[in-house]
Design a protein around this ligand. Sequence first.
Ligand code: ZN
Length: 319
Amino acid sequence: MHNDLVAALDIGGTKIAGALVDDSGKILVRAQRPTPAREDGETVMRAVASVLGELCGSPRWLDVTAVGIGSAGPVDASAGTVSPVNVPGWRGFPLVDRVRTVTGGLPVELVGDGVAMTAAEHWQGAARGYDNALCMVVSTGVGGGLVLGGRLHPGPTGNAGHIGHISVDLDGDLCPCGARGCVERIASGPNIARRALEDGWRPGEDGDSTAAAVAAAAAAGDPVAVASFERAAQALAAGIAATATLVEIRIAVIGGGVAGAGEVLFAPLRRALHDYARLSFVRDLAVAPALTGTDAGLLGAAAAVSPGPRGQAAATAAG
Ligand SMILES: [Zn+2]
């Protein structure tokens, strides 16, 4: 049997990962480069081409039928362009055309990283078997994506489900996006750490003042650290409850570094969801940690390519 493969690219502000992925989700070949995020756009593109060049060197490249890209956003899947916040050299960069050129004209699909993670969790992770799901990444930022009616729902530009910029605090702090009181402004890792520091929490002897250190302090019972995670959990719960009320999701899957805090985050999140999701059709909403881990971006990019062998998780980027 001929076993078609997808070349997957996961493009973020720190690394550009690539892989050849089979239709069962197995990663056969990997390549990775640091993202030269402070350099000009062509230098960043050369790093992408270098990852693809390494994948092309594999004898399995002959079985590759398409390329899937999950990129830090914003992306515009309908135009094939990307403008990642943390890669200033790329603004409206025609990534799809450039990758198609490098790969000799293979079909190329582009989705945002939140949508890619959602495709991965629906295909291989905690949202598997759910026809209506919200999947979220809570780390430096807060992103997400939707599965509706059994299919990935990227929206026209590939950004649907970007829950981080739903406002949950009408008069809240200004968010870098220009709005106020966004979920991300309250629940992202840097904001969890900032709030704990402002309220008097102090890092230990190692000087680590990241959200992971706040999580460790919260696990040890530090009340300020606990309160900062409870506030983040409230913001996430309000955003999840709003999403559930709008489109009737059955599960919210949460990944990313902040989800690594485990019950420090999930226990107050379940309590807050109980407070915010009250109507009969949202009350039984499940919450679960993501399962696909650091490979979520690659698996999701592969899943986004084709609705065929990769099952119901897949859809075209343009929706
Ligand atoms: Zn915002």
